[in-house]
Structure formats: structure tokens, C-alpha cells
Design a protein around this ligand. Structure first.
Ligand code: SF4
Length: 357
């Protein structure tokens, strides 16, 4: 009999599957999500025969850790094996170090962001992306998405009170697996499960305009990030073939609807590729395109991987680009590259594992 993965269930679904009093679901979820216990035998406030029944019907988790790389900057990359033999990655980014006062007392905990995957491979086919080179394999289940966060919280011994941010920016296009992503978010944010606030979650999309509109209607309280990467349709189509289906105007129009619903700043990600889209003319066009939008702009410096056709922009070009937009009153930052000494490009650890390196 195929066992049901607890991470796949919303608390209300689990409740309806369990026999006995309704508080059993809350008790079990407390063991799984708050105490990181995955063996039913250890759940000692549940009756013994009840635990045996649970063991027959359910399982906690399905991921197996195949490899982990740790960067000198504190970022960590996890390669997970799935039950069907496929693999996918999750990255833990250390955004800020612990802070101490003059007497050496810790005044602020280090801050982390978990970059999670939503699919094995991806259909979108961005030219600069290593994940795209392997094609699309399958959607991740809601449970496989939730477990990436639960696994890292356990691995790093993050307590319940530790706040972490989550970005759907690993392998895959999250809005191409919208049903499972939305379900995973409901589990991640539920008070009886991971209890992470929606405002700490960001969905990063290549710009599936119709799905952005749907997300706006759902009003889940999560943040939206758009991977724009180019300021004219001709170049964007070359970099991101999805632009043929949803061009820049369609994406920006959809974002305007999201913003009207959420009254929040939307993040625009712009990958700076040396000599391709990092000139001042592009910065000027980007400023025009986003004018009137309450937008933040994140400039990302391309991380070259073996045989990649693109190169990293110079520091000077990136800084000039940022300065132009900042002078136009946009909040514009250059995102520091994390984990540059490990397989930091999306899909790189999976590829290395395949190649036996
Ligand atoms: S960058 Fe993201 S959307 Fe584009 S191919 Fe890679 S995983 Fe897919």
C-alpha cells in the first residue's frame, strides 16, 4: 500500500483522514513540524496502537539528501533525491551574519533565505539557465516543496521562533506548477505546520501573465518577483522564450493588477549579462518601462558556469546601471552573489552530480 506523505497534507486534510478525537492531528503536526520527529514510534503522547496504525498508513517525508556543499560565505546547497530517482536542489543563503555588541553578547541572529525548487527541470528554457539545459522532468508535489523548508530547518536546528525567508527561485517556474505551489504555501504558512508568515515568502516568476493575475485574485499575502532581464521584446525573446507567449507589456500589465490588489512593491529581477544588457541605454529603458510602478529593482550579477555563453558584468558597469536607476528614485540594489565557490548557478549541483563530479 502506498503510504500518504504527511508533508503533502493541509492540516484540515490530515484531520479528516485521522480517526479518533480531532486534536490528534494537531498533536501529530506538533511532533512533525515543531519537534522535527519523523518516526511515529517516538510520538509518545499518542496511544501505542494508534501509532502503529499511523505507521501503516503514513510516512513523514520522502526526500533523501544526496549531497551538500557549504560555501565560505555560509550558504549551503542541498541536492535531494526523490522517490522516483530524480534529483533537485535547494539552497540556503546566509543573508546576514550574527551581530554582537562590544561585550561579545549576540544582539541579532544571522538571517537566512531558503531558495526552493518547484519543479524537476523547467519548461521555460531561459538561455542563461543551467536547469533549462536539462529540459523538464516533472512538477514537484506540495509535500516535496514543503519538505525542502522542513528539512533545512531541522538540519540547521532552527528553532520555531527563528524567522527565515523563502523564495521560489530554485529549479522550475513556480506558476507553471501553481496548484502544488499554492497548496505548499498554505501548509508552510499554517499555524499548526511551519507557521511562516506569507510576507516572508516570495514567488519569483519568469512572467506567466495570466497566472500572475490569478495569484493577485487569490490575495495570499505573498510577495511577487518578476524576472525581467531585458528591456525590449527582441532581446527578451532570445533570453527567455516565454516572452513569445507573454511579452513585456503583458507582464507589466499583469503586475499592475497584482500591485493594485496587494498595495506592495513588486520586485523586478534584472540579470546583468556582461556586454548584453548591462549598458546605460538599457538602464534608461528599464527606468521608463517601470515608471509609475511601485517597483523595487534587484540587479543580479550573472554567475558563469562551465561552457556558459554569457559572462559576468564588470563591477563598474553594474554600479553605473544601479546609480542611474537610483537617481530616478527607484530602490535599486545589486544582489550580492552567494555561494560563488560552490555550485551556485541554478541547476549546477544537479548537473555536477550527473557528470560524477
Ligand atoms: S531561470 Fe527559472 S524560469 Fe528560466 S529556465 Fe531556469 S528555472 Fe526555468
Amino acid at each position: 500500500m502506498n503510504k500518504t506523505n504527511i508533508y503533502d497534507l493541509e492540516p484540515s486534510e490530515l484531520s479528516s483522514l485521522l480517526e479518533g478525537p480531532s486534536f490528534r492531528a494537531t498533536q501529530m503536526l506538533n511532533w512533525v513540524y515543531k519537534k522535527n520527529v519523523s518516526n511515529f514510534k517516538e510520538m509518545n503522547n499518542l496511544p501505542k496502537d494508534y501509532r502503529e496504525v499511523l505507521d501503516e498508513k503514513f510516512v513523514v517525508g520522502s526526500l533523501s539528501l544526496l549531497k551538500k556543499e557549504v560555501s565560505t560565505d555560509g550558504s549551503e546547497k542541498y541536492l535531494f533525491g526523490l522517490t522516483d530517482g530524480k534529483t533537485m536542489e535547494t539552497v540556503l543563503l546566509k543573508m546576514k551574519e550574527d551581530e554582537f555588541d562590544d561585550e561579545g553578547k549576540k544582539t541579532r541572529e544571522a538571517r537566512y533565505t531558503v531558495c526552493i525548487s518547484s519543479q524537476v527541470g523547467c519548461k521555460v528554457g531561459c538561455a542563461f539557465c543551467l536547469t533549462a539545459k536539462g529540459g523538464f522532468e516533472r512538477n514537484l508535489t506540495a509535500g516535496e516543496i514543503v519538505e525542502q523548508v522542513a528539512f533545512i530547518k531541522k538540519d540547521k536546528e532552527f528553532g520555531e521562533e527563528k524567522s527565515i525567508n523563502i523564495v521560489f527561485m530554485g529549479m522550475g517556474e513556480p506558476l507553471d506548477n501553481m496548484e502544488n505551489v499554492v497548496k505548499a504555501i498554505k501548509i508552510i504558512t499554517h499555524k499548526d505546520a511551519l507557521c511562516i508568515a506569507p510576507r516572508r515568502i516570495t514567488i519569483s516568476t519568469s512572467g506567466l501573465a495570466t497566472k500572475i493575475e490569478k495569484l493577485a485574485i487569490m490575495d495570499m499575502g505573498v510577495n511577487l518577483a518578476i524576472s525581467l532581464h531585458a528591456v525590449d521584446d527582441e532581446l527578451r525573446e532570445k533570453l527567455m522564450p516565454i516572452n513569445k507567449a507573454y511579452n513585456i507589456k503583458a507582464v507589466i500589465d499583469a503586475v499592475r493588477k497584482f500591485k493594485a490588489d496587494r498595495r506592495k512593491k513588486v520586485l523586478f529581477e534584472y540579470l546583468l549579462l556582461g556586454g548584453v544588457n548591462d549598458d546605460i541605454k538599457s538602464a534608461q529603458k528599464l527606468g521608463k518601462l517601470l515608471s509609475g510602478l511601485d517597483a523595487k529593482i534587484n540587479l543580479i550579477l550573472f554567475n558563469p558556469y562551465e561552457d556558459s555563453e554569457f559572462k559576468r558584468p564588470t563591477k563598474e558597469a553594474a554600479e553605473a546601471f544601479r546609480e542611474y536607476l537610483a537617481n530616478k528614485r527607484f530602490i535599486c540594489t545589486i544582489r550580492e552573489s552567494k555561494g560563488i565557490d560552490i555550485s551556485a548557478a541554478c541547476g549546477q549541483l544537479k548537473q555536477r552530480d550527473k557528470d560524477g563530479r
